[in-house]
Write a protein that binds this ligand. Sequence first.
Ligand code: FEO
Length: 170
Amino acid sequence: MNMDKKLRDAMNDQVIAEHQASLIYSQLAYDLDAQSFTGLSTWMAAQADEERVHAKKLADHLLARGEKVELGTVEVPPLHADSPVAAFRAALGHEQKVSEMIRNLARVADEVHDFDSRALINWFLNEQIEEEATVSEIVDQLVLVGDNGSGLLRIDAELGSERTPAPGPQ
Ligand code: FEO
């Protein structure tokens, strides 16, 4: 079933927002690597990969419904991630923005009575709860350790071990 144009546009915007999230996480990964927090950098880089999977899920739905995907220009806002806590706060801010966009997508789908996209949008609503909670918990832990070097290195080691570094060039 083809989609209402309003829903199609909102979903295409979401594809762009997920690619933007991926670039934001990549930038944060580079910033943290530059500060020698290699574990936190690995965590952010893995998150960047996950965001590309999110974009593909939405793009695949549009394509399966006979719609096109238009990426246009994907911009990365200034992030000022000069410490781990600043980096994770920037990530949390973007996740909150994405959550609001997903809620809007659900509103539009309801408005145009699009039942076919409901399962996908519900998956994203649940995913956002999880992502916000995870990032918020990391922010809380980083605030708790403050400038304590051994505390920061422990969090760096723990988060780095949760994620596998992306494979390098073959
Ligand atoms: Fe796909 Fe982290 O939002």
